[in-house]
Design a protein around this ligand. Sequence first.
Ligand SMILES: C[S@@+](CC[C@H](N)C(=O)[O-])C[C@H]1O[C@@H](n2cnc3c(N)ncnc32)[C@H](O)[C@@H]1O
Length: 271
Amino acid sequence: MVDHELATANGYSVTARYYDDVYTEQTAPVDQPFYLHYAEQAPGAVLELGCGTGRVTLPLARAGHRITALDLATDMLAIFKRKLAQEPADVQERVSVVRGDMAEFELAERFGLVISPFRAFQHLLEPEQQRRCLERVARHLQPEGRFVFNAFQPNLRYIVKAQELAGTFKQVNQATLDDENRILRRYVQLTPHPGLQRHQILWKYEICDRFGKVVETQLEEMWLRWFYRWEAEYLLELSGLAIVEAYGGFDKRPLDENAAELIYICRRKES
Ligand SMILES: C[S@@+](CC[C@H](N)C(=O)[O-])C[C@H]1O[C@@H](n2cnc3c(N)ncnc32)[C@H](O)[C@@H]1O
């Protein structure tokens, strides 16, 4: 058994290897049609912040949208580039892959739509980083452009329960790996830090042979920052964005206290 050292926070180096195995249609949010809808309405090209392995990027590019896909994690981008190389030439031509920090980026183009799917924005742990990111989003939008992103809505009952269970691993996925001879089991250990509004997440990936014997174990730590609805709305407004729609799920359910997601559609505020 090989126990790897913890990767640096939010490095995605271990998770990258298994990301497309664990986030399938059954386990990832059904968000592609939602983001596609806004791409279809957009007056210009798309910028995606935290594109990962291209889970949302590729369907948008296949549907004919030009998209700049930005991410900080080289391991996620390496997998994305491998997948992109297998796409038809016209899809490849529509995608530009950029390694960068969503809190610091500066691109020459102005976009009709900026998106940040699957809670990528929650990897920005400091309010100052969040603010810088949103100011850059506002600056990179065309006048009629939109910014669409989602985060989870913090649920205090869930956070209290997670605190009681802190220190224990819970299995969240099982998948058969490509060669059919190996099984992947993924576990999570969640430690909420309510004073910091952060989750410390420890993923454990167990690779088993076809008899179910664990042959390799890998760990990776990640942190996510949570924010409440009104905090998010102040932050958006302070950063030069105006909210035009808000939803609690990708089916456009209302953003009420039972909603699992915080989904915002914003435009640049008039200066
Ligand atoms: C949960 S994944 C989402 C990936 C993709 N958007 C999806 O929907 O499958 C979060 C992504 O955000 C990226 N990320 C985290 N911090 C970032 C930062 N500061 N700048 C750019 N990307 C970042 C991670 O590398 C990771 O690929």
